[in-house]
Design a protein around this ligand. Structure first.
Ligand SMILES: [Zn+2]
Length: 153
């Protein structure tokens, strides 16, 4: 019997960073990592207060492997059309074999797409928070595709 995918949960009060890290650990426990054996979990907190979990999912082709943060982001989008459910306030990321475990470059770009404001990682067993602009300075995002005044032909 297979373990069901991690469920999204709604919380009446915003979880603290330690709670988000615990949820990220739970997601990491469900990671599908037969090749790297490097489980990673992510807990995304949306503007609406929803928590969406993600874990890395590997593939025998290797190149199709997807990280925990991106499985969380895709679930977040697939599960709700509400604008506040699609904006990331913060994401907690844990790697059970690496501490801290920061999002990779691809995940930073995807998190930026959905307005991520903060990244929480685990250092010596405790949460440590970073402003998103600190881990992806000068990120390219949706606003960069908007026409700019003065440069239009
Ligand atoms: Zn990644």
């Amino acid at each position: 019997m297979t373990t069901p995918p991690p469920a999204s949960t709604a919380s009446p009060a915003p979880p603290d960073d330690a709670q988000l890290l615990r949820l990220a650990h739970e997601a990491a426990d469900r990671a599908y990592v037969p090749y790297s054996r490097f489980p990673v979990g992510a807990a995304l907190l949306t503007r609406s207060g929803r928590i969406v979990l993600g874990c890395n999912v590997e593939n025998a082709s290797y190149g199709l492997t997807i990280c925990a943060e991106r499985t969380g982001a895709t679930r977040m989008i697939a599960e709700s059309g509400d604008a506040d459910d699609r904006r990331i306030v913060k994401v907690a990321v844990v790697g059970t074999k690496a501490s801290p475990c920061f999002p990779c470059g691809a995940c930073r770009q995807v998190l930026h797409e959905f307005g991520c404001e903060e990244v929480v990682v685990e250092i010596d067993g405790a949460p440590r928070s970073y402003p998103f602009a600190e881990i992806l300075p000068h990120g390219f995002g949706p606003a960069d595709l908007e026409p700019t005044t003065g440069s239009e032909a």
